[in-house]
Ligand binder design. Sequence first.
Ligand code: RP5
Length: 161
Amino acid sequence: MRKVGVVMGSDSDLPALKPCFDQLKALEIPFEAHVYSAHRTPDAAAAFAAQARENDFGVLIAAAGKAAHLAGALAARTTLPVIGIPVKSSTLDGLDALLSTVQMPSGMPVATVAIDGSANAALLAAQILAVSDAALAEKLDTLRREQTEKVLRKDAALCIE
Ligand code: RP5
C-alpha cells in the first residue's frame, strides 16, 4: 500500500493531528509525518511534495493554521491528491486557515476538510487509497457499519423526560 504523507506547518499543530494519526493507525495505513512550513521552510516543503510520488506516497495531508498556504503549496508541486486541514489557532477561530486552504484557484485542487477535521482527513485519504485496495475498502465498510449501528443504538436509547 502507498503511504500517506502528513505535513504540518508547525509542531504546534500536533494536537490537532492526533485524531488523524489515530485513524491511520487503526486502519493500519503506513504514514510519515513531517513539519514543513509553506512560509518558514518553503524549499523543504516543495521538495517533499515534488518527490512524494517517487517516494511511494499515494496521498498527502497538509495541516496548517493562520494564513494556511501549506496544502496549496504542496499541491503546486505534485499531482497526488492533497487534503488540507485548516487548524484552529488562537485568533479568528480557524476561519483564516479555512479560507486560506479552501479557496484554491481553478486548476489546483485541494480537498479541504472542516476546521480541525483531521479524522476526516485520514478517512478521506483511506478512501482514496481504497480505490485500488479491496482489503482497505472492506475495513472502511466495517467502520461505516459500526458507525451506523452506534447511532441506531443511541436512537433506540433516546429518552426525553
Ligand atoms: C502555521 O502557523 C502553523 O501551521 C501553525 O498552525 C501556525 C502557528 O505556528 P507556530 O507559531 O505555533 O509555530 O504556519
